[in-house]
Design a protein around this ligand. Structure first.
Ligand SMILES: *Cc1c(COP(=O)(O)O)cnc(C)c1O
Length: 395
C-alpha cells in the first residue's frame, strides 16, 4: 500500500503505509516476534532473514520516523544512547568532533570517556557563537554535533548556519532532535545529515519505553548506518517498537497542547518574584527567539528555571504535587527534574557550573495536565517557600 497523497503532518501520523496490515486489514501494526525467517531456497533469500538485521515491526517504526523527518531511511535502536553511540561509529581513530557544550549528559559521557579511548577527539563549544564554532575547526573535524534547544538551558542553535559551516569543511552535521521532534523541527530540511532521537521522550510520550532512532536522507549514509546498526546490534525490540508506533499517533496533539501550557507556565514563572530566571525559547526575550521561530514551528514543551537557592529547590520539589520528580521528559505527565543531580550528574561540577547549570536550576517537561492546575500548584509551593524564609509559621 502506498499513500500518494501529500497529507499534512498531523494526518501523516495516522495515514501512512502502516495504516492497516495488507494481509488481514488489522489497523494496528502486528508485533512480529520471530528471530529468524524461513528461506525458500539456497539461492534466493527473502527480505527478512534474521531479526537483528531486519524485522517487520521494527521496520514499520523505521519507515514512519524516516517519513516524518522527511528523510529516506530510519533506524531504530534500543535507546537514544544506542542510536547516538552507533552514529558516532561513523567516525574513525584520529577524527575530531565539534560538539555543543550543554549537550545531554549521556552524550557528554560517551564523547569524553568512551570515544576518547578510541582516539576520537572533541571540542566543546557554545554553538550559539558561530565564531567560536569556526575557531574550533581542525583539519580532522568530521562531525558537528548539535542539540537544539539544548538541555537544560534551552539554548537555540542555528541548524542551517552550522550545516553550512560543516559542509564548507566536508564534515557532517548531527542533530539531536529529541526535544522538538519532527512535529516542530525537521533538521534534514535545514541541511543536517544525521537526525538522532531518544524516542523514550516525546515520540513515544508515555514514560513506558526506552528507544532511539537515527534518520538520514542520503543513500551512502543510509548504507553506512544500516551496516553499523547490524554490526553493533543495539536494535529496538518489537514490543518497544510497537509502543513507539502507538505513541507517535498522538504526537501532534500532545505537542500542541503542551507547548501552549509551557508558554503559560513560563510566563507565570518569569513574573514571579521568587524565580530568578526562566529559560524557554518561546519567550520573546530569549536570546535566540528569532532563530527558534525561523527554524521550528514551536518552542517545545521543556523549560528550565532557577530558584533563589539549592534549599528552595529542595523545598519546591517536596511541596509541588503535580509533576513527578524524575529523570526524563516528554511524557503525558509533567516531569520535574534536577539537572545537577539527574541528567547532568555525569558532568563534573566545575564543568556544569561553567555551562551555567547551577545547583538551583530545575527543568520542567510540561505534560497534559490543565496548565491552571500546574500554575496553582507552583504558586502555592513558591508562596510557602517565601513564607518559610520570612520566618512565618506555615501550616
Ligand atoms: C534522554 C535523552 C537522550 C538519551 O536517550 P535514552 O533513550 O535515555 O538513551 C539523548 N538526548 C537527549 C536530548 C535526551 O533527552
Amino acid at each position: 500500500m502506498t499513500i500518494e497523497h501529500n497529507f499534512s503532518f498531523e494526518t501523516k501520523l495516522l495515514h501512512n503505509e502502516h495504516k492497516y496490515d495488507p494481509t488481514n486489514g488489522a489497523v494496528s501494526v502486528p508485533i512480529q516476534h520471530a528471530s529468524t525467517f524461513h528461506q525458500h531456497s539456497v539461492d534466493e533469500f527473502g527480505k527478512y532473514d534474521y531479526g537483528r538485521s531486519a524485522n517487520p515491526t521494527r521496520e514499520a517504526f523505521e519507515t514512519v520516523i524516516a517519513n516524518l523527518e522527511e528523510g529516506t531511511n530510519g533506524y531504530a535502536f534500543s535507546s537514544g544512547m544506542a542510536a547516538i553511540s552507533t552514529a558516532f561509529l561513523l567516525l574513525s581513530q584520529g577524527d575530531h568532533v565539534v560538539i555543543t557544550e550543554d549537550v545531554y549528559g549521556g552524550t557528554y559521557r560517551m564523547v569524553t570517556e568512551v570515544l576518547s579511548r578510541f582516539g576520537i577527539e572533541h571540542t566543546f563549544v557554545d554553538m550559539t557563537d558561530l565564531t567560536a564554532v569556526k575557531q574550533a575547526i581542525r583539519p580532522n573535524t568530521k562531525v558537528f554535533y548539535v542539540e537544539t534547544p539544548s538541555n537544560p538551558l534551552l539554548k537555540v542553535t542555528d541548524i542551517r548556519a552550522i550545516s553550512d559551516i560543516a559542509k564548507s569543511v566536508g564534515a557532517l552535521t548531527f542533530v539531536d532532535n529529541t526535544f522538538l521532534t519532527p512535529a516542530l523541527q525537521k533538521p534534514l530540511l535545514l541541511g543536517a545529515d544525521v537526525v538522532l532521537h531518544s524516542a523514550t521522550k516525546f515520540l513515544s510520550g508515555h514514560s513506558d519505553v526506552v528507544a532511539g532512532a537515527i534518520v538520514v536522507n542520503d543513500s551512502d549514509l543510509a548504507k553506512q548506518i544500516g551496516f553499523l546498526q547490524n554490526s553493533f546490534g543495539a536494535v529496538l525490540g518489537v514490543q518497544d517498537a510497537w509502543l513507539v508506533l502507538r505513541g507517535i499517533k498522538t504526537l501532534s496533539v500532545r505537542m500542541n497542547f503542551s507547548i501552549k501550557s509551557a508558554l503559560q507556565i513560563a510566563n507565570f514563572l518569569q513574573n514571579h518574584p521568587s524565580v530568578k530566571k526562566v529559560y524557554y525559547p518561546g519567550l520573546t526575550d530569549h536570546p535566540q527567539y528569532e532563530i527558534q521561530k525561523e527554524q521550528s514551528e514551536g518552542a517545545g514543551a521543556v523549560l528550565s528555571f532557577e530558584l533563589e537557592s539549592e534549599e528552595a529547590v529542595k523545598q519546591f520539589v517536596e511541596l509541588t504535587e503535580i509533576p513527578v520528580f524524575a529523570v526524563s521528559l516528554g511524557a503525558v505527565e509533567s516531569i520535574l527534574s534536577y539537572p545537577a543531580k539527574m541528567s547532568h550528574a555525569a558532568m563534573p561540577i566545575e564543568q556544569r557550573l561553567k555551562r551555567g547549570i547551577s545547583q538551583s536550576l530545575l527543568r520542567l517537561s510540561v505534560g497534559l495536565e490543565h496548565p491552571d492546575d500546574i500554575i496553582k500548584d507552583f504558586s502555592v509551593a513558591l508562596e510557602t517557600i517565601a513564607a518559610k524564609n520570612q520566618g512565618e509559621i506555615v501550616r
